[in-house]
Design a protein around this ligand. Structure first.
Ligand code: ARG
Length: 477
């Protein structure tokens, strides 16, 4: 019976401490679908180049599809002592179909095999993550569209700075997520290269056709360099960076929801999908989901660091250290998708308190920049305007209303009254990309266009993901 040492390896390390230490089944079992599809394509290629007879090729493909049904049905006999998913599948195949099973691994190594599985897994994982981001962005845009007139203080240094609208604020998060979306698209495109045919590190003496396998599996092309193909984990490093930064964005958003739902801010009330109560204090409703989004980002950052440290200093080509690449990727993906979905549910349950937001935004001190700009409109140099308004707003006796401003800053002229008119507060901020309802209207249109543009990539990626499923379902001809 084949073992990870090879078909007739004896003595074997199986059952020794080393065997248990080297095993990776707990983690790489999740790759089985991609491992099987890769093997179906590999077997087709071997048949086409004459390395496998049609009857053996048919039996191999049938066996692989039968294994897929066993795994889905939960009847597949997983064996820890067979080290990893690749060996489990190959051993089971040979049990099922006999000697032809021993021909599948022709001109292939687990080194190019695992690299292939990982790229197919990446493809499906990126699709799932993109769909989650897209749905969350749509929810944020829908909430924003209803809040163009809702005044909110904008902050710098967490000090009230200038008024904005709630719509403008929510859309700022949509653009962060849009860059996260774009990063995942970019890295998936770069990763869409098949490593199969690189063998252990130096290709094969047999007449294989890596381009055939690449096309069959929906890749753009096959690798250029076999040493690079088996050792390249850039796609996982890029993925983990994209997920870490996405986690940072979700964490920052979560922090705002924690602040907003506090009694001190009171900008929003938390519904049940934002969190639970306290087991001790009956009055509490904590923003647990937002807090946990903040907390999980630490894990995603750690996952990125974990992989980079693993990769650092590895000599070409394959090194067993690379086996440690899968756990951080699986962890970061699972955390990210569940965090986005939980945040989306929490957003639906977040009731904004427009009156509290408005009252905070009407803080007259936050009108200082407008006063200075009104002086500029009257011809006063900005530096001088800044200085004069600064003196006015810091004066403890100033009441900070239209009448007192007109007295303290006579050049304001008729503008003084308008600056303190709440109805004009937002509309005035009409510069492009700013918070005025008109500018936010343009911004909403841009955001909707960006969301509409997701569809093309999502559907082409979806088709490439489905290809894997089709390879496992097709009847052997
Ligand atoms: N479990 C291994 C990994 O994930 C598969 C490749 C093993 N290759 C080898 N030469 N031992 O990297």
């Amino acid at each position: 019976m084949p073992t990870p040492d090879g078909p007739s390896a004896a003595p074997s390390y199986v059952g020794t401490g080393a065997g248990r230490f080297l095993g990776s089944l707990d983690v790489d079992r999740a790759l089985f679908r991609y491992d099987l599809a890769g093997s179906v394509a590999h077997a087709e290629m071997l048949e086409r180049v004459g390395l496998l007879g049609p009857a053996d090729a048919r039996r191999i493909r049938g066996g692989l599809r039968q294994i897929r049904r066993e795994i889905d049905a939960g009847t597949f006999p997983w064996r820890d002592e067979l080290e990893d998913v690749h060996t489990n599948v190959e051993v089971r195949l040979t049990e099922m179909i006999g000697p032809p099973g021993g021909r599948l691994h022709t001109a292939r190594s687990r080194n190019d095999q695992v690299a292939l599985d990982e790229r197919l897994y990446l493809r499906a994982s990126v699709l799932r993550t993109l769909e989650a981001i897209d749905a969350f962005q749509r929810a944020l845009v829908a909430r924003a569209a209803a809040e163009r007139e809702t005044l909110l203080p904008g902050y710098t240094h967490l000090q009230r700075a200038q008024p904005v609208s709630l719509a403008h604020h929510l859309l700022a998060h949509v653009w962060r997520l849009e860059r996260d979306f774009g990063r995942l698209v970019d890295l998936e495109r770069r990763a869409n290269v098949s490593p199969l045919g690189a063998g252990a590190l130096a290709g094969s003496t047999l007449p294989i056709d890596p381009e055939y396998v690449a096309r069959r599996l929906g890749f753009d092309r096959a690798f250029d360099n076999s040493l690079d193909a088996v050792s390249d984990r850039d796609m996982f490093a890029e993925l983990l960076f994209a997920l870490a930064l996405l986690g940072v964005h979700l964490s920052a958003l979560g922090e705002e929801w924690v602040l907003w739902t506090s009694a001190e801010f009171g900008f929003a009330r938390a519904g049940p999908r934002l969190g639970s109560g306290s087991s001790l204090m009956p009055q509490k409703r904590n923003a647990d989901v937002a807090e946990l989004a903040r907390g999980k980002s630490g894990r995603s950052i750690a996952d990125l660091v974990s992989l980079l440290v693993t990769l650092k200093g590895l000599p070409l080509a394959y090194d067993r250290d690379l086996q440690e690449d899968k756990a951080p990727v699986a962890d970061a993906l699972a955390q990210t998708v569940t965090t986005i979905e939980a945040m989306r549910g929490a957003l639906d349950d977040l009731a904004f308190d427009r009156d509290r937001m408005r009252a905070a935004a009407l803080d007259p001190a936050a009108r200082a920049t407008d006063l200075a700009e009104a002086l500029v409109r009257q011809g006063v140099p900005f530096r001088e305007a800044h200085e004069r308004v600064g003196r006015y707003v810091r004066d403890p006796h100033a009441t900070l209303d239209a009448a007192s401003a007109a007295r303290a800053l006579p050049d304001l002229g008729p503008d003084a009254a308008r600056i303190f008119d709440p109805a004009e507060l937002l509309g005035r901020r009409a510069s492009p990309g700013g918070p005025s309802p008109a500018a936010v209207g343009d911004q909403l249109a841009h955001a909707r266009a960006a969301l509409a543009a997701h569809a093309d990539f999502l559907s082409s990626l979806g088709r490439r993901v489905e290809l894997i499923e089709e390879l496992l379902q097709e009847e052997a001809t």
